[in-house]
Ligand binder design. Structure first.
Ligand code: DON
Length: 307
C-alpha cells in the first residue's frame, strides 16, 4: 500500500534541505525576483483524493505549462487540421530556438516549443479579439480546476511583452513563411498573457486530471477530449514537454510532463495521478531543478512510470 501523505511530506522535507536549487529565470524580471527556497507539490489521484505539501497553495507563473491547455483548446476547435501547421517531433533545441524554422519552412517542430505555442495562439485567435480568447482560456482552466481564483498576472505579462524579443522574432519569422494568419502583435498578445497565468500546485494538478482519466474532467464529469486525444497529448508531453531535456526527463522520471520557466511541472500517471510540482530554480535546460528531482523521488517510491 502506497502511503502518499507520507511520501509527499518526505519529498517536501528533502527538497527543503536540497543544496543545489538551480537558477531562477532571469530573462523575465518578475520571475527573477521569486525566492528559490519555495517548493510545492500536489497529487490528485484517480479516486479524487489530493495529497499536498510545502507551498502547494501558493500561486506561481505556470508559463509554458499553459501550452498543454492551449493545445487542448486548439485541437478542440481545429481538430487534426492543426497538424498541417505544427509538427509532432521533439526539437532537441532550446525552447526559444529559431534555427529549425528556416529549413523547415516556418513549421515549428512541436506545439510545446515557443514557436509551436505561438502558432497555437494564432489558431485560438481565429478572427476573435485577443481579450476574448484569453477570457476563454481562463474559463477553460478555471473549469478544469473547479476553481475561479485562477488569474493572469499582469505584471508578468507586461514584463514578457517588454522582454520577449525572441518571441517577436519567432512570430515574425513564421509570419514571413505564411504560418500566422493574425498580426504578430495580436498573436503575441494571446501568447504572453497565456504564459502569465498564475495557478497553485493544487489547481494545476486538478486542471491536469483529464489527462490521467482518458480525457474526462472529474470536476464536471464531462469529457474534455477523447481517450485517443488524451493519449496523444500525453505522448507529446513525454517526447517534447521538457524541450532539449525531454530525453533526460523520460530517463529519470518516465512520465508525460510539461515544464515552464516559472519552475512548475505538470506530470501525468495515466489512470492513476495528476501531479503538479513547483520550485522556481531551473536547470540548464530551463526546467525546474527540484521539481524534476522531486518527481524522480516520487516515482522511485511509488513505482509510477509508464515504462
Ligand atoms: O516565451 C517565453 O519565453 C516564456 N513565456 C515561456 C517559456 C517557458 O516557460 C519555457 N519553459 N521552460
Amino acid at each position: 500500500m502506497i502511503d502518499l501523505s507520507n511520501i509527499v511530506a518526505d519529498i517536501a522535507a528533502e527538497m527543503a534541505a536540497a543544496p543545489d536549487r538551480g537558477e531562477v529565470a532571469s530573462y523575465i524580471p518578475p520571475l527573477a525576483a521569486i525566492d528559490p527556497a519555495r517548493f510545492g507539490m500536489a497529487i490528485v489521484t484517480s479516486d479524487g483524493e489530493c495529497y499536498e505539501a510545502g507551498d502547494a497553495g501558493s500561486p506561481f507563473s505556470i508559463q509554458s505549462v499553459s501550452k498543454v491547455f492551449g493545445l487542448t483548446m486548439a485541437l478542440g476547435q481545429h481538430g487534426e487540421a492543426l497538424w498541417r501547421r505544427i509538427g509532432r517531433e521533439p526539437s532537441g533545441s532550446a525552447f526559444n530556438s529559431i534555427v529549425q524554422l528556416e529549413s523547415e519552412h516556418g513549421i515549428p517542430r512541436n506545439p510545446f516549443i515557443n514557436a509551436g505555442a505561438i502558432v497555437v495562439a494564432d489558431l485560438l485567435l481565429g478572427r476573435s479579439e485577443p481579450g476574448e480568447v484569453l477570457g476563454e482560456v481562463l474559463r477553460f482552466v478555471r473549469t478544469l480546476a473547479g476553481d475561479d481564483a485562477i488569474f493572469i498576472d499582469d505584471t508578468v505579462a507586461e514584463a514578457e511583452r517588454a522582454t520577449g524579443f525572441r518571441n517577436v522574432a519567432l512570430a515574425n519569422y513564421m509570419k514571413a513563411f505564411g504560418n500566422l494568419n493574425n498580426s504578430v502583435d495580436r498573436v503575441l498578445g494571446v501568447y504572453f498573457n497565456q504564459c502569465a497565468i498564475a495557478m497553485t500546485c493544487r489547481q494545476l494538478a486538478q486542471a491536469g486530471a483529464y489527462l490521467m482519466l482518458g480525457g474526462r474532467n472529474p470536476e464536471t464529469d464531462r469529457n474534455v477530449v477523447s481517450v485517443q486525444r488524451a493519449r496523444r497529448i500525453n505522448a507529446l508531453m513525454m517526447t517534447c514537454g521538457h524541450y532539449d531535456g525531454s530525453g533526460e526527463f523520460a530517463f529519470r522520471v518516465g512520465l508525460p510532463a510539461k515544464s515552464g520557466v516559472g519552475g512548475g511541472i505538470l506530470a501525468i500517471v495515466p489512470g492513476t495521478a495528476s501531479i503538479a510540482v513547483w520550485s522556481p530554480g531551473l536547470n540548464d535546460r530551463g526546467n525546474s531543478q527540484l521539481g524534476s528531482l522531486a518527481l524522480e523521488r516520487l516515482v522511485q517510491r511509488t513505482g509510477w512510470s509508464v515504462f
